[in-house]
Design a protein. Sequence first.
Length: 107
Amino acid sequence: MADTRLVRLKPYSKKKGHLLRRYTYKGIKFDHQRGWYRVAKPIADYLAEVRQTADDPDTPLAFDVCTDDEARAMDEAETDANAEGRNAERPIDATEPVRPRRRGGRK
């Protein structure tokens, strides 16, 4: 496994400029929703250079290319970020009643 890497298309985010949802290289179809793919190191080296827009070197990179440990750490960090305030340890407090808004302007 030393000569393989895990790669994935960066999660779709229009705000960050991550617009690719699919990409095909050497017969491998990468889909942003499928997650990590294990590929040979030469393929990973190529994908590490791929940009969101092929002819524009200023656009973000299209792929995350990692070792197994780095990929696990990224997944844990994303899980923590996505669950921020939404898990049982830190729920969103909705027990306080919301005051109704006053209608009209100041008098």
